[in-house]
Design a protein around this ligand. Structure first.
Ligand SMILES: *Cc1c(COP(=O)(O)O)cnc(C)c1O
Length: 645
């Protein structure tokens, strides 16, 4: 459908405001006067790249879309901001302790990402958090800073615990966090056997209830953490085993994407008191780990809604520092080193998923040519269409009347068809004319003077005119949380932002699954079902970016319909406004996704070769065509699973 442009002027700033980029994008993403999305990978510290030019040049390097562009400078800037926020808070509240964060590996386990974080985080002794044996292996191997913490969460068997104990001799600092009541027995047994203990942490099950999607991560029903009686029993068990001197850390995690800062404050107070109690019970302690949950403002609305947060990074740091101080000071307890496991907050911004639109469905605006001797019902529809297609202005009442007529005639046509009085081509004609009426009426609504009241039914008609844009992407692979948990990410065209979008639409992906679509979009504290998009231009690419998806999406993505990973690149800003392509990670080929399902690509090919030989022998297939077929099949095995531009 066509959107109104009451003033007739539209600038890149309007485009930026429409998609909210000036709210959620700050300081990394903005719009240039040319209407292109601009990336400032170092935030406020200067330097920018035109994302459209960048994508063009990456395509020139044979990196086809969909493409995941990772800006390592952004990753570094996020780390910098997190530490700066805690440093400011520590200074402001005269906190007598440090901040020392860790990155939860589960948020993005990609090698280049973890390596970059370890490298960039070295100056703050930034560490890692692991939740499984495979993640522990990554963390132990990559985290070579002896002062950095390695927080070991998740279920732990004897081997996991012994690994953590022995790794201390490599100069690593693993902290084994007791998450289940029975883990303490295994820790005691392993320590006795090895004659050495790990650093020990305890995860508390807080009574504070979080709100939102991850609210059930806390409270009595939580999967992880010790209840208060279990916590006390664990302390006594450690004391009895002579291991209380190794109890160094209290941990809690109240779920991801905390929307409301009030929830965090409650949890911090509870955890702060627990920490003080643990020191009173004789544990040396030293570290308070406030877990993850630091949220991202996906829609820029600054509200306690699902796609937003009602606090800033600085508010978060202030609350952590101030609350822990308030809990410790009156009891004379030494203020702990503060640890956080912020994943989403560190890794969301740095990657941008870029995909192209392959085509769009267009609602009809002209009526099909009349046939000979059309039945009365069809002629009625044709008259209705003619009535709304003229040039004279029509008030909403007349448009409503015409739409009522069109609906009545369409129902008549259906009834006539059911009863055998109307042929299939006649019914098709009736349906086409009905669509032409609805598209034209929707368009006429746009001609009405601004502020004219429009009947609800016609408003609905307007929405029903939305187009479907076909996207070269699998949401199951690249944005699984949009499907699994209705998460919203900012989605917008990378160019033409200086041009008013004239259509509303949804984005359908390549999979054969009706859920494979993007059909909810950010809208300042709410969501909207349709996104403003531009009319496609012949021979011109239309590139869309999905932003803030650097956390969780890659690993949660799956092979639905056998669409594999996309191409990915790591970009670094260099002097003179240029950039370097530091790493290229090729997307899965068709051969690779077939192998993932235990198929042998060469064996599949061989069976088809045999079948084509048989067809040649039968005279059903020319040798030239057989070769063409085999070339296509062989070629596609080496290519990515997406449509080639
Ligand atoms: C998932 C998880 C995190 C990371 O949470 P974010 O919301 O991404 O910061 C931190 N700690 C634990 C224990 C987790 O399970």
């Amino acid at each position: 459908m066509v959107l109104a442009n009451p003033t007739g002027t539209w600038s890149a700033a309007d485009g930026a405001a429409l998609y909210g980029i000036d709210r959620w994008g700050d300081p990394y993403f903005s719009v240039s006067d040319r209407g292109h999305v601009i990336v400032q990978p170092r935030g406020d510290r200067g330097g920018s790249l035109d994302l459209v030019e960048l994508v063009g040049e990456l395509q020139g390097r044979n990196l086809s879309l969909p493409l995941l562009i990772r800006f390592d400078d952004i990753l570094e800037d996020r780390l910098e901001r997190l530490h700066a926020a805690f440093e400011r808070a520590i200074a402001q509240y005269a906190y007598r302790g440090r901040y020392q964060g860790v990155f939860p590996v589960k948020c993005n386990q990609q090698r280049h990402v973890v390596e970059q974080l370890v490298e960039s985080g070295r100056r703050w002794h930034f560490g890692l958090e692991a939740g499984s044996k495979a993640e522990l292996l990554i963390a132990l191997s990559l985290l070579d800073d002896p002062e950095a913490l390695l927080i070991c969460n998740g279920y732990k068997d004897r081997r996991y615990i012994e690994t953590a104990i022995l790794a201390r001799r490599l100069g690593r600092q693993p902290v084994v966090v007791i998450e289940q009541a029975d883990e303490v027995e295994r820790i005691i047994a392993a320590s006795n056997e090895l004659g050495a203990a790990p650093f020990i942490g305890i995860r508390a099950k807080l009574s504070t209830r979080s709100t939102g999607r991850w609210g059930s991560s806390v409270g009595e029903g939580a999967k992880f953490g010790l209840s208060i009686p279990d916590l006390l029993a664990t302390v006594e068990a450690l004391r009895a085993a002579g291991l209380l001197a190794d109890l160094r850390l209290l941990h809690f995690h109240i779920g991801s994407q905390i929307n409301d800062i009030a929830v965090l404050k409650d949890a911090l107070q509870e955890a702060g008191q627990l920490y003080a109690e643990l020191t009173r019970l004789g544990a040396p302690m030293g570290f308070l780990d406030v877990g993850g949950g630091l949220g991202i403002d996906y829609d820029g609305s600054r509200t306690a809604t699902a796609a937003s947060t009602n606090y800033s990074l600085q508010n978060y740091a202030n609350d952590v520092v101030a609350t822990v101080r308030e809990c410790c000071e009156p009891h004379g307890v030494t203020m702990p080193t503060l640890v956080s496991e912020s994943g989403r907050a560190i890794a969301s911004h740095f990657s941008v998923l870029v995909f192209n639109v392959l085509g769009a469905s267009r609602p009809p605006i002209t009526a099909p040519e009349p046939g000979e001797q059309e039945p009365l019902i069809v002629r009625n529809l044709r008259d209705t269409f003619a009535g709304v297609s003229g040039h004279e202005p029509l008030p909403p009442e007349r448009l409503q009347e015409a739409w009522n007529d069109a609906l009545k005639f369409r129902d008549d046509a259906l009834a006539a068809f059911r009863l055998g009085y109307m042929s299939l081509p006649e019914r098709a004609m009736a349906e086409q004319l009905t669509s032409s009426c609805s598209a034209t009426i929707a368009r006429r609504l746009e001609d009405l003077p601004a502020g004219t009241p429009v009947p609800v039914e016609l408003e609905r008609l307007r929405a029903s005119q939305a187009g479907t844009y076909y996207a070269n992407l699998s949401v199951f692979r690249s944005a699984p949380d949009t499907w699994a948990i209705d998460q919203l990410f900012p989605v917008l065209p990378l160019h033409r932002l200086d041009e008013q979008p004239t259509r509303l639409g949804t984005l359908a992906d390549l999979t054969c699954d009706s859920d494979g679509k993007l059909a909810r979009f950010i809208d300042r504290g709410h969501s909207k079902a349709l996104l403003e998009l531009h009319e496609l231009q012949a021979e011109q690419p239309y590139w869309i970016g999905l932003f803030l998806g650097g956390a969780y999406q890659e690993v949660m993505g799956n092979l639905h319909n056998l669409f594999g990973s996309t191409n990915a690149v790591h970009i670094r800003l260099t002097a003179g406004g240029r950039y370097s392509v530091d790493h290229v990670v090729r997307g899965d080929t068709n051969a690779e996704v077939l192998q993932a399902m235990e198929h042998d690509p060469l064996a599949l090919l061989e069976r088809l070769r045999v079948a084509s030989e048989a067809a040649i022998t039968r005279g059903d297939l020319a040798i030239r065509d057989a070769r063409r077929l085999m070339d296509h099949l062989e070629g596609s095995l080496r290519q990515t699973t997406y449509l080639q531009g």
